[in-house]
Ligand binder design. Structure first.
Ligand code: SPV
Ligand code: MG
Length: 432
């Protein structure tokens, strides 16, 4: 008897999946692969039902002979162990980002005479509704909020990209590329930068844009995306205010706030010691963290302490002493920042902190030390990497050049060749 393999990563079985199983049964014994949670997050779904429960769910479908775990997005592991005669899939994988997976599966099967079967993808009103419901579920505060902690445990390094509007949020949500190894890749989370939120409003990054406005930016983003949010909380403001901020962020479904150990008028860290900036005392900042932790109502929310000792040239020992104290005060993670071009001081901090604390997540923002790769950072114990301002910095020169070109030619034609087509920009936005 021939074996037929298909891979599922869905949380809900609908007519499309049942159709695949029915078609598969006509060809032989049906084995369903359950795409692991780890692989699914790099693919296109963050599952809300964990893999062990999904395995049971898939096993209960009529016509399924057995279920196995698929750990590789590209099918290498299962095809090597099962050697199926056929791999069956909806023909939606013939185009788009998934087509690289299909090509890889075709080449794996060709090596021993196996065959890919593409069947018409079922897309009816029910499937559309289920897809939408799954997406909406992920955008709900209770699912979104806990997703950062889940990602930290599932992936070697969580990749966060800045977003400061619905549109940039959509870019972070939807950008998927085929990486060097043929695997799909995408960002895991969004960083709501104080610098970019302020810059978008033409204001300096000095805590001038108030929290009500910052929350509005979060809502613009949460309305159209599902990925978890890390919020740049600047200094956190007065402790008496910070406790309210924590509650609001939790309610909005934000996963983490990062607050920095500065006091008085905050300036952007990348100015370093060129401007007057004052570091908060360990006691004062520890109290703020502890008050925030006490105010928080969910288990999922994270308060991450950002240490500015290296930025303000206070030395490594000071940075490490602060890290210890802030963890003791209840911080769920430590962000260490630097504005040096070389990553040396960041790596020294990470190595020394990791030697004494194996668990507390470390966050870094490699804006200046931008040659270091994600895997090198992960090797030094970093859990979250934040690309803090690149989308803003990419957009500004492009917009400026377009404005200048139109002024120069007194018409838009010359600028148009550099622009995204109207058709493309409108398809980026989903309509209900
Ligand atoms: C931000 O993005 O607003 C940050 C990171 O706080 S940095 O600009 O590097 O200080
Ligand atoms: Mg900031």
């Amino acid at each position: 008897m021939k074996t037929v393999y298909t891979c599922f990563c869905t949380d809900v079985i609908h007519a499309g999946h049942l159709n695949i199983i029915n078609e598969a049964r006509k060809l032989g014994k049906v084995i369903v692969g359950c795409l692991s949670d780890k692989a699914a997050i790099r693919y296109n779904r963050f599952t809300t039902i964990p893999e062990d429960e999904r395995i049971k769910m898939y096993g209960m479908i009529d016509g399924v002979d057995s279920v196995v775990m698929q750990n590789e997005m590209l099918y290498d592991d299962v095809i090597e162990s099962i050697h199926p005669d056929y791999v069956i899939h909806g023909d939606n994988w013939l185009s788009g980002a998934e087509s690289v997976i299909r090509s890889h599966v075709v080449s794996l099967l060709e090596s021993y005479g196996g065959q890919v079967i593409d069947i018409p993808y079922t897309y009816n009103e029910e499937v559309r509704r289920i897809d939408l419901q799954l997406k909406e579920k992920l955008s709900m505060p209770e699912y979104r909020r806990k997703r950062l902690r889940q990602l930290i445990s599932l992936t070697p390094i969580v990749k966060a990209m800045e977003a400061h509007s619905g549109l940039t949020g959509l870019l972070v949500e939807k950008t998927v590329i085929e990486g060097e190894n043929g695997k799909l890749d995408q960002f895991d989370a969004m960083w709501i930068s104080s610098l970019c939120d302020s810059t978008a409003k033409g204001k300096p990054d000095i805590e001038l844009v108030d929290m009500t406005s910052r929350f509005r930016t979060i809502e613009d983003i949460t309305e159209v995306t599902t990925k978890p949010i890390i919020f740049d909380g600047d200094t956190g403001g007065l402790t008496e205010h910070f406790v309210y901020t924590v509650r609001t962020l939790e309610r909005l479904g934000v996963s983490a706030v990062i607050i920095e150990d500065k006091t008085g008028l905050k300036k952007n860290s990348l100015f370093g010691t060129e401007v007057k900036q004052t570091q908060a005392s360990i006691e004062e900042f520890s109290e703020k963290i502890a008050a925030g932790k006490k105010a928080q109502l969910t288990d999922d929310f994270m308060i991450i302490a950002r240490i500015e000792s290296l930025i303000l040239e206070q030395g490594m020992e000071d940075a490490l002493m602060r890290a210890r104290a802030f963890v003791k005060a209840g911080a769920d993670g430590i962000m260490i920042h630097s504005r040096r071009k070389e990553p040396d001081e960041i790596l020294e901090f990470c190595d020394r902190f990791r030697a004494e604390d194996k668990d507390t997540p470390i966050v870094v923002v490699p804006t200046s030390f931008n040659t270091i790769t994600e895997s090198e950072l992960a090797d030094h114990g970093v859990n979250i990497v934040i690309y803090a301002n690149q989308l803003t910095r990419a957009a500004f020169p492009a917009m400026q050049k377009t404005a200048e070109t139109i002024l120069k030619y007194h018409r838009a034609k010359e600028a148009d060749d550099q622009l995204m087509s109207i058709k493309k920009i409108i398809t980026l936005i989903d309509e209900i």
